[in-house]
Design a protein around this ligand. Structure first.
Ligand code: NDP
Ligand SMILES: O=C(O)C1=N[C@H](C(=O)O)C[C@H](O)C1
Length: 262
């Protein structure tokens, strides 16, 4: 399968190039970056540390890619989505941090384009999302109440907070428990914690590739569901699975649950 990697010189883009180049099922035929990127023209394989692939870093344009994988920034992801709409290229969107209009544009675009969109491509994270849903449903009627807090830890370079994955975990809990209040951090004297509240806490430290803990706090006991990446390849592998899955699907908005059969 021929893939184009958008954001190819980034932390994730380099891992997608590297992991794909080591798997005979995939061929990186395009490595896409902004027009101002200083490495434009350089070989994507050399940038990713896997040797010359004969694929120069380039701006978004027509290619013979079967599918595009995007790990970039929100504005750029929307730009490449527009390109995919024009050239009818299935798209895997991994970028996070979209605003509401961008979110709506992605959903609208999926009416005419097959899109896999997930804040985490990690199989383990998406399985934990299912386990979190089960826990939330099971605990929602607990008479003494359950306080859900989401703690995420990422590397110092991450630009958005909380993570898209943490927000998705929160939405899963909110929907399962009929809760609607989302609070990001606490300071001052917020007083006693309301029962109908989900808290988010974003740690930024070192080179952590991604860690999420969902805390179910009760009176007398606590459940913590945790998933932690030790490197970025879980996301790259998941994105390639998504690319392989989406290639023959009709227009629509798909998640990693569809890709993984969860
Ligand atoms: N869904 C998932 O499983 C995962 C999602 N992510 C998300 O992926 C995104 C990227 O993460 P990460 O790789 O760490 O970030 P990086 O900043 O390392 O990579 C982003 C890349 O996008 C490039 N870029 C910026 N503007 C444009 C543009 N206009 N056109 C094309 N490329 C552009 C950047 O170039 P430049 O350096 O010049 O700005 C950079 O190379 C983030 O939103 C992150 O949250 C990350 C890991 C897993
Ligand atoms: O920026 C990152 O690194 C990651 N971002 C994604 C998110 O915001 O959920 C996925 C993963 O946690 C790594």
């Amino acid at each position: 399968m021929k893939i184009a990697v958008h954001g190819a010189a980034g932390r994730m883009g380099q891992r997608v190039v590297a992991v794909a180049s080591a798997d005979s099922r995939y061929q990186v035929v395009a490595a896409l970056e902004s027009a101002t990127h200083p490495a434009l023209g350089q070989d994507a394989g050399l940038l990713a540390g896997v040797g010359n692939l004969g694929v120069p870093l380039a701006v978004v344009g027509e290619s013979d890619a079967d599918v595009v994988i995007d790990f970039s920034v929100p504005d750029a992801a929307i730009a490449v989505l527009t390109h995919c709409l024009e050239f009818k290229k299935p798209l895997v969107i991994a970028t996070t941090g979209f605003d509401v209009p961008q979110d709506e544009f992605i959903r609208e675009s999926a009416r005419t384009l097959p899109i896999v969109w997930a804040p985490s491509m990690s199989p383990a994270v998406n399985l934990l999302m299912k386990l979190t849903e089960i826990a939330a449903i099971s605990l929602r009627e607990l008479p003494t109440g359950v306080d859900v807090e989401i703690i995420e830890r990422h590397h110092r370079f991450k630009e958005d907070a909380p993570s898209g994955t943490a927000l998705r975990f929160g939405n899963i809990v909110a929907e399962a428990m009929g809760q609607s209040s989302h609070i990001h951090g606490r300071h001052g004297r917020p007083g006693e914690r309301p029962r109908n509240e989900i808290g988010y806490h974003a740690l930024r430290s070192g080179d952590n590739p991604g860690e999420h803990t969902i805390v179910f706090g009760m009176l007398g006991e606590t459940i913590e569901l945790k998933v932690a990446a030790s490197n970025r390849d879980c996301y790259a592998q998941g994105a390639l699975l998504a690319a392989d899955w989406i290639i023959d699907k009709p227009a629509g908005l798909y998640s990693m649950n569809d890709v993984l059969g969860l």
